[in-house]
Design a protein around this ligand. Structure first.
Ligand code: ATP
Length: 310
């Protein structure tokens, strides 16, 4: 087990920021910690890293408490903090070099790790430029480079894609997948459900300091997906055809919504071909057909009654 948190409690004065939180992370996993602003994600990470004290519970990394073998454990952890921590007056190379030395890298290893890492985040060509001239996306990428240059086994990324352009975001997401493929175990916090959905094998949804649901993306979505919805763009349709679709096995409802035909069926009704047959045999022209899939946003909304981005 890479990380085990049992009943973690953290208060800031009267405010309960982390409320009895437990989670486990196995080697090779990417765990997504998804929650709105203020859910307690950064506080949890700061507790894991030993940056702040906590009021209850236990955290083990690589099977040990942080204070048991702090240096050895920290050398195997990479942190990509939410707030970009770079030196603007230094070049990209000097920034990565600075962090690499903090982790004890020296000599030939130091040079080759820096080169490899700057290539990995796509900034080798920019290595001699001062960071203050970098775009937000480049800074985010360099921030990642500084956190992973020492090739840690366990990487913690706290919202590494906040406020950047889609191209840099894709670059970062692809890099994270690659790091995982190369053997790193990763915790990834975000309030962007699409990212977590795409990246993570296991997701814990956090709200008000607590884990309110956990599982794979599919497991979480199945919490709310009782029905499936088909949306069909059609030329025109008569009331009689709508009534005959309602007779198809598994169909719960069928109606026109914003000019498109919506058909709600029971979960696993498996009636798509029957619905299409019914439309075609009644000379209804199908322009496009999509199905509305449940999302993690939907899961959060169902569980809390609020949107993730409030
Ligand atoms: P964000 O995405 O905005 O960083 P988060 O899920 O990481 O959100 P935290 O930053 O852990 O959430 O904050 C959890 C709660 O603790 C919030 O209500 C926040 O205001 C509060 N909090 C965080 N740090 C402190 C602090 N140093 N002193 C007092 N309250 C704090």
């Amino acid at each position: 087990m890479i990380l085990e948190i049992k009943n973690l409690v953290k208060r800031y004065g009267d405010m309960l920021a982390v409320d009895n939180l437990s989670l486990e992370l196995r080697e090779g996993q990417i765990l997504g910690l998804l929650g709105p602003n203020g859910a307690g994600k950064t506080t949890t990470i700061n507790c894991i890293l030993g940056l702040i004290s906590f009021d209850g519970g236990e955290i083990k990394i690589f099977g040990k408490r942080l204070n048991e073998n702090e240096m050895e454990i920290k050398r195997n952890i990479g942190v990509v903090p939410q707030d970009v921590a770079l030196y603007g007056e230094m070049t990209a190379y000097e920034n990565v070099d600075f962090f690499a030395r903090l982790y004890g890298l020296k000599g030939r290893e130091l040079k080759s790790y820096i080169e490899e890492t700057l290539n990995f985040v796509g900034l080798w060509e920019k290595r001699k430029e001062k960071v203050k001239k970098f775009s937000g996306g480049m800074k985010r990428r360099l921030n990642i480079a500084c956190g992973i240059v020492h090739r840690p086994k366990f990487i913690i990324m706290d919202e590494p894609t906040v406020g950047i352009d889609p191209q840099s975001r894709n670059h970062i997401l692809e890099s994270i997948k690659k790091l995982n493929k190369d053997g790193a175990t990763i915790i990834y916090t975000s309030h962007y459900m699409e990212e977590v959905d795409m990246l993570c094998d296991y997701i814990s949804i956090m709200d008000k300091g607590r884990i309110i649901a956990k599982g794979t993306s599919e497991e979480l979505k199945s919490l709310i997906s009782t029905d499936t919805t088909l949306i069909i763009e059609i030329s025109s349709i008569s009331h009689t055809v709508i009534e005959s679709i309602k007779q198809v096995n598994g169909v719960i409802d069928c109606f026109i919504d914003e000019g498109r035909l919506k058909i709600i069926s029971k979960k696993s009704a498996n009636n798509l071909s029957k619905i299409i047959d019914c439309l075609l045999s009644n000379d209804v022209q199908i322009i496009s057909l999509t199905s509305e899939k449940p999302t993690l946003e939907g899961v959060f909304l169902t569980l809390t009654g609020r949107s993730l981005r409030d």
